[in-house]
Design a protein around this ligand. Structure first.
Ligand code: UDP
Length: 331
């Protein structure tokens, strides 16, 4: 496949690019480098600077590839804003970047005859889950602008696909963490709301301690349960998803998680087996559901996908990557 990865300099886009290239595919990365970094782009990928909100930036790349005899088979969309609290204070920026950005990209794809799109969505589209295990057919009632914009994007893709004969693969991510085994790429921006990056900060002495938000939830140890998936497993699902819709001329909507829940305390305990993590218990964080686990039967059955990495591998690769990053920034 010749794949356009829009947002390929970011965390998940760069890992997916690595997996595409490992699987023997060709990749063109389009990114405006606003949050991603140039050094995260695989050296064998062809890089084009461009902004998803400018249709001409995308059509230019698509036309150049077609003229070179290598038309793009599948386009992947990762160029989104994704910080929930930021989306609450800046909702319009989220609508502009996420919804308007995707609209431009779809117009460009349709204009240039690219028929397959893989889209990064999120468990945030479910909102407050009614059952602890989320299935794709569950109600979608987002509780923040981030989730709303992703749901709007999902719907836009479905309508555009029906009208213009596109195939789509929409993937709803749960809690993604970890780093590529090469340690060349990982999450190099500090997302200071997510558990795993905050554990790493505490472990590396970049913050005093981790706060565990709430120990009085209705779970076995009182802390919230989430579904953590290794970014490499997630990336591999994108490669399978792209090939599946291309080869079968069909659509997929699937959850991507590990299918297993770990409490915050279990994650901290797993980290403590690898390195020291100073922590304390703190009050609940508003808006956190007690338990959120993906049902991943659909991705397994349809894509033939199976997550390979457990929690220890997620934590160890993340820690090793950050330690390496810290060392190189000290030099
Ligand atoms: N959490 C925590 N301390 C932190 C950050 C997160 O206890 O410093 C908890 C959070 O309350 C939630 C879980 O870790 O129960 C996962 O939170 P995260 O923000 O990583 O992802 P979310 O599931 O909210 O998307």
């Amino acid at each position: 496949m010749n794949v356009l990865v829009v947002g390929g300099a970011g965390y998940i886009g760069s890992h997916t690019t690595y997996e595409l290239i490992r699987a023997g595919h060709e990749v063109v990365v389009l990114d405006n480098l606003s949050t991603g970094s140039h050094k995260s782009i695989h050296p064998q990928a062809h890089f084009e600077w461009g902004d998803i909100r400018r249709k001409g930036d995308i059509t230019r790349v698509l036309k150049a590839q077609a003229q070179a005899g290598k038309p793009i088979d599948v386009a992947m969309h990762f160029a989104a804003k994704l910080i929930v609290p930021e989306s609450v204070t800046q909702p319009l920026a989220y609508y502009e970047n996420n919804v308007e950005g995707l609209r431009c990209m779809l117009e460009a794809l349709i204009e240039c005859g690219v028929q397959n799109i893989v889209f990064s969505s999120t468990a945030a589209v479910y909102g407050e889950p009614k059952a602890p295990e989320c299935r794709e057919g569950d109600p979608t009632e987002p509780i923040n602008p981030y989730g709303e914009t992703k749901l709007a994007c999902e719907k836009m893709i479905k309508w555009a696909a029906a009208a213009h004969g596109l195939n789509y693969c929409i993937l709803r991510y749960f809690n993604v963490a970890g780093a590529d085994a090469s340690l060349q790429i990982g999450l190099d921006k500090d997302q200071l709301t997510h558990l795993v990056p905050l554990i790493m900060q505490a472990a590396l002495g970049l913050r005093d301690k981790l706060s565990i938000f709430g120990a009085d939830y209705p779970t076995p140890d009182g802390t919230c349960i989430r579904d953590y998936i290794h970014v490499t497993d997630l990336a591999q699902a994108h490669v399978l998803g792209a090939a599946y819709i291309l080869n079968n001329n069909t659509n997929v909507l699937a959850n991507l998680g590990s299918g297993t829940g770990f409490s915050v305390k279990q994650v901290v305990d797993a980290a403590l087996e690898l390195f020291d993590v100073p922590f304390e218990y703190a009050p609940r964080r508003p808006g956190d559901p007690a338990k959120l686990i993906a049902n991943i039967d659909h991705a397994k059955t349809v894509l033939g996908w199976e997550p390979q990495h457990g929690l220890q591998s997620i934590l160890k690769s993340d820690y090793d990557f950050r330690q390496k990053l810290n060392k190189s920034s000290e030099v």
